[in-house]
Design a protein around this ligand. Sequence first.
Ligand SMILES: [Zn+2]
Length: 330
Amino acid sequence: MMSMFDMHADVLMHIARTQAADEPSIVEAFNRHVTRMRAGGVMGAVVVDCRMAGESASSADFERFIQIANVLMHCNSASFCIATSADQLEEAFGGTKWVGLICHEGLRAAEGDLAWIARLYSEAGMRIASLTHNDSNAFATGVGDPAGSRRSANPRGLSHAGRQAVALMNELGILIDLAHASPATRRDILSCSSRPVMLSHTSSAAIYDNGRNLSDEDMREIADRGGLLGCMTSPAALADISDRHHHTLERYVEHLRHMIDVAGEDHVGLGLHFCEYLYTPQEYPPVAGLEDASQAMRIIHALRGARLTERQIEKVAFRNFFRVFREATH
Ligand SMILES: [Zn+2]
């Protein structure tokens, strides 16, 4: 059975929102996610916490993130472990324990203070982070802010603090995630990061343009810099939210294959971003054949059906991510 590594799972956000603070309930909640992912062949994932655009974000949220991460890192679970290096990740993957990497999406509560990045690295084991959600903050403009769009007369990307944050993340060994960054922020990070980056969850604008999916040119820009693109399963990325006919596994594979065709087989991975556990079916209609992570193995079957070789599928399933994570963190 081919194992997969998911580049984006909002598991920590889910736990932060719903669970009590005590260790047993955090571990129990995490194990429910792990069990579902394992059932689909997803043997590891980037587990993410985030305060989304429009939500308030405070230092208390970071303290909670640190607390949850610490419980997971130190609970000595028989079923999972948290890796903080490429060696640990690759050693654990495919073994008896499911393996997670800690990520923060947005970092808005830092309010431009680099000390938070250093603290989250050392105290929460954070090895992946993005500098924005859809909104802008003290580091950078998000994809929802017209100031960072290509149509703006003078597109604004990274701030001064944002440039310092990129340098610090390069130095510490934190993989930078461009998901939710505005085009100007993506451009700035690609030009000033000394290490490869990823864009963990997106789809192909050539197939469906939702304003956030990437154009072929955007994808090549990231691939040309040694970066990695993750293809996401969210219905809103696959097709219009009312277009139920296209919320399907087949449509997901169409996006994924287009990304592989455009960016190349060395630059695409799985940023599955299942989020049925965060929303109601009305808000996020189920994707037929990919209702949750337990169905993920169907992606591998579909790629085999599309006559990709085992070697190519393995790259997309986990090898490309492992390479970029190693290059970004060693
Ligand atoms: Zn996201």
